[in-house]
Design a binder for this molecule. Structure first.
Ligand SMILES: [Zn+2]
Length: 287
């Protein structure tokens, strides 16, 4: 074997090793990409019974089941990817910043479920935070008013539940967030809107920056029962009660699909949580 052949063979081995390493890195990278961030499409549709945010790729919705009367099985939007860490939060808050526990309700308001959630919170004298979608705020100003009048706080959740918003230009992000705030303020002119939650938790540096520029603090979560996957009230209840701790921000949904399981879980969750923790609406003066 000549020296030249040996060198070529060594180079070939190096190439194979590098390719293998790149393959591993690619697989690792893929595993870190949240499943619910498919790209720029929001996947949202508006149906007679309200908007549905179907931005889970290859979602769990069985074919042929959509029903305008009951709503389809939902392919949801704000869940945490398995193994997702905090490195991709770009500084978004994942806890309440105090010993108090914060319940958050996303994607509404929805006339089927938001009033049920409000009634349960009232029954247990609990205040929470509602991350509302701009188009839903525009369509249901009465529910936005009810949320504020009952002492809950507001969070901007983009105009059309745009999971890919963070990849758009800063100007496009700003326009989306301002349009959403305008729809909220049309219902409640003086209510503070100091929190922003990115749909899908798909944070990027631009979306965090623009939210901050507009006076809103980026808000993530620390407890996620994946209620949008419709696991049933029992599983939602068990996850929340098992994982709740002082400072938790709990992610729940009062809209975006069939949320009766979440409402039923809330009925079981509230007696336990209120016995163990002080619950709060996230403050309107976040530090
Ligand atoms: Zn959402």
């Amino acid at each position: 074997m000549t020296r030249g052949n040996s060198t070529a063979r060594a180079a070939g081995i190096v190439t194979v090793v590098v390719a293998a390493l790149l393959g591993s890195a690619y697989a690792l990278g893929r595993s870190l990409v949240p499943d619910q961030v498919p790209g720029l499409s929001t996947g949202a549709t508006t149906r007679a019974d309200g908007p549905h945010y179907a931005d889970q790729p290859g979602g769990s919705e069985p074919s042929g089941t959509p029903s305008a009367s009951t709503g389809p099985a939902e392919t949801g939007q704000d869940g945490s990817a398995p193994g997702a860490g905090t490195d991709n939060l770009f500084g978004a808050h994942a806890t309440s910043g105090s010993p108090r526990l914060a319940l958050t309700f996303d994607d509404g308001p929805d006339p089927r479920y938001t009033p049920q959630v409000l009634a349960l919170l009232r029954e247990y004298d609990v205040h929470a935070t509602f991350c509302v979608v701009g188009e839903n705020a525009q369509n249901h100003p009465d529910l936005i008013q009810a949320i504020v009048n009952e002492g809950h706080t507001l969070c901007n959740h983009s105009w059309h539940h745009d999971v890919g918003l963070g990849a758009r230009s800063a100007d496009a992000i700003r326009a989306d967030l301002l349009r959403t705030n305008a729809a909220i303020r049309a219902a409640v002119p003086n209510a503070p809107i100091v929190w922003y939650r990115q749909p899908g938790g798909a944070w990027t540096y631009p979306v965090v920056s623009v939210a901050r520029q507009l006076g809103m603090t980026p808000l993530h979560w620390s407890v996620d029962p994946s209620d949008w996957e419709l696991p049933g009230a029992g599983k939602i209840t068990a996850t929340v009660l098992t994982q709740a701790e002082p400072g938790s921000v709990v992610l729940l949904h009062d809209a975006g699909g069939n949320r009766q399981g979440t409402v039923d879980a809330l009925r079981r969750i509230l007696p336990d949580l209120t016995a163990r923790f002080e619950l709060e609406a996230l403050p309107t003066d976040p530090t």
